[in-house]
Design a protein around this ligand. Structure first.
Ligand code: ADP
Ligand code: MG
Length: 173
């Protein structure tokens, strides 16, 4: 299997952490669409949202997904990449999609512990647990729809990488 592997899930799901470890384990390249946008535009997610709104960011994100898509690559996507049907269809067609699933409380704890690693502006300005509950309410079905495999993301990263490797050996959902 040489198709790209797309990591989807909310902020704090471990897309970057688990995705880069997975790439190492498989001998794949690793790319992060947020970092790709930063490298190619010189703008952070926050900058783009400031200048162009979330709509402008989403448009750039769709372009980024397509631009980074190549064989033997693990791709960490932005938490909202699944919002667009176009992105969901594209990822499912072009590669294998893994949803790293964790409850809102787990996501919120991680984001609170390491706020500096999360460079996305909050979507709602509300307390983080509430925000993550709202985000999962809105997106859970979309993550599931996009994913070929849903993986429990609550264990430590090495174990999550193992679960993803096991899932990759299974027939696709
Ligand atoms: P994402 O890219 O999905 O937003 P990150 O990989 O940046 O998530 O992880 C967010 C934070 O949570 C980081 O501080 C990271 O170290 C931590 N983290 C990620 N995955 C796990 C995990 N499986 N167990 C514990 N902490 C994790
Ligand atoms: Mg990330």
């Amino acid at each position: 299997m040489t198709q790209p592997i797309f990591m989807v899930g909310a902020r704090g799901a471990g897309k970057t952490t688990v995705g880069s470890e997975l790439a190492k384990a498989l001998g794949y390249k690793f790319v992060d669409t947020d970092l790709y946008l930063l490298r190619t535009s010189g703008l952070s997610v926050a900058d783009i949202v400031d200048r162009e709104g979330w709509e402008g960011f989403r448009r750039r994100e769709t372009e980024a997904l397509k631009a980074v898509c190549s064989p033997l690559t693990v791709i960490a996507t932005g938490g909202g990449a699944v919002l667009a049907q176009e992105n969901r269809d594209f990822m499912r067609e072009a590669g294998t999609v893994i949803y790293l699933r964790s409850p809102a409380t787990t996501l919120a704890n991680r984001l609170e512990d390491a706020p500096q690693e999360d460079q996305r502006p909050t979507l709602t300005g509300r307390p983080i647990t509430e925000e993550m509950m709202q985000v999962l309410n809105e997106r859970e079905a979309l993550y599931q729809e996009a994913a070929h495999h849903v993986v429990d993301g609550t264990q430590d990263p090495a174990r999550v990488v193992n679960s993803v490797m096991n899932a990759l050996a299974l027939p696709m959902a």
